[in-house]
Ligand binder design. Structure first.
Ligand code: SF4
Length: 391
């Protein structure tokens, strides 16, 4: 990779203007324009707080830990630039409790930021859950509004920004036009693919080419392609030319999220994969909001029954009803993401759903495919790829 600029902070308006021109968007999953987030913090006045969110938790995602293990000094430079431009004292880098190795790397580069490790749950990476953890409470999302930009850590205006976003910040600010013209994003490519791993891929690359060119091809053809891990509906094989781009993917009824791109082979039962996703959302619901707890439980139960051939058409009607309710409730996005993702998977494979209903069993004779389970072979392989790349 090219030499990166030093983190000296020009004036706030200058940095902000350059950040705006670069079009840098948040890599924590939301793809929200970074400059707009900064402006919201600055509008509050006072002395803000900058928190780098390194609590990576999306199944299959290894990109943030990859950066923390291999580019720790550059990540810190980005954090310092943000803190300098926003006039924030004492930035914090927040990690999952298990990320001991990443903390060691940060210590080795003499990181000038305060490193804190917190909970290991998936939802603990949600930005307001991060604030709760840093205030020594249980890492549960807060109801919104207010957003952290207005009322964040200890009530102060707070910028919570993903590690990859901050890593890209100095490059984006140095030459906004060049950044915008050749923007890349880190893809964690996993599942039934020859070379699982983390790759820096130009935005706009067709997803099928990502699988072929960077991943060495699918091991069993492409059955389904999940650009955002479990967090958005998948693409089918004939949609594999949709570009790696958050807007294009949204238009295609999917999403890019943290770009934890999962390849599911043709032999895997897609209903089993839907059951795997539903189980993930049920397992990771933090328990605060009844519509999320009950709703994710209902989705998981119904899709499990469908997979086993024990569901009826009316059960699917209940699933859609539950999903519709979940879409409108919850302190964080977990409930509505679960509803959209599980419904989205089933909508991609209507013939498979119908065959399960008709046959009263899995027409493929059952499939052990459970990629989103904590110890699945797919997750183990991408975690191994992280360790091998960063050994
Ligand atoms: S929506 Fe679900 S995960 Fe989010 S705060 Fe409520 S219970 Fe927790």
């Amino acid at each position: 990779m090219s030499a990166r600029p030093s983190p000296q902070a020009p004036d706030t308006p200058e940095v902000l203007a350059r950040l705006t021109a670069s079009g840098l968007r948040g890599r924590g999953g939301g793809w929200f324009p970074a400059a707009r987030k900064w402006r919201a913090v600055l509008a509050e006045g006072g002395e803000p707080v900058v928190i780098a969110n390194g609590a990576e938790g999306e199944p299959g995602s290894i990109k943030d830990r990859y950066l923390l293990r291999t580019r720790a000094a550059e990540v810190v430079a980005g954090i310092e630039m943000a803190a300098g431009a926003l006039n924030a004292a004492g930035p914090i880098l927040y990690l999952k409790g298990a990320f001991v190795r990443e903390e060691e790397h940060l210590r080795r580069v003499g990181a000038s930021v305060l490193v804190r490790r917190g909970a290991d749950t998936y939802v603990a990476g949600e930005e307001t859950a991060v604030l709760e953890a840093l205030e020594d409470r249980r890492a549960w999302p807060r109801p919104k509004p207010p957003l952290p930009a207005a009322v964040g850590l200890h009530g102060r205006p707070t910028l919570v920004q993903n590690v990859e976003t901050l890593w890209r910040l100095p490059v984006a600010v140095r030459d906004p036009e060049a950044f915008r013209a050749a923007e890349t994003t880190l893809v964690s490519l996993w599942g039934h693919v020859r070379r699982p791993g983390v790759y820096d891929v130009p935005l706009g690359t067709p997803l099928g080419r990502v699988v072929e060119g960077w991943g060495g091809g699918a091991t069993d053809g492409i059955g389904l392609l999940f650009p955002a891990g479990p967090s958005a509906a998948p693409l089918t094989a004939d949609q594999a030319n949709v570009p790696l781009d958050p807007d294009a993917l949204r238009e295609a009824g999917s999403g890019l999220g943290t770009a934890a791109v999962l390849v599911v082979g043709r032999s895997a039962c897609p209903v089993a994969v839907a059951a795997s996703a539903a189980a993930f959302f049920e397992r990771e619901s933090c328990g605060q909001c009844p519509p999320c707890v009950v709703g994710t439980g209902n989705l998981a139960r119904i899709v499990r029954a469908l997979e086993a051939g024990a569901a009826r058409a009316r059960d699917l009607a209940s699933l859609h009803e539950a999903a519709g309710f979940m879409a409108m409730h919850g302190y964080c996005a977990h409930s509505r993401t679960a509803a959209a993702a599980v419904r989205g998977i089933l909508a991609r494979v209507p013939a498979e759903v119908e065959a399960h209903l008709r046959a009263g069993r899995c027409p493929r004779g059952g499939s052990p495919s459970d990629p989103f389970a904590p110890a699945s072979p797919e997750r183990a392989a991408i975690e191994r790829a992280l360790d091998e790349t960063t050994a």
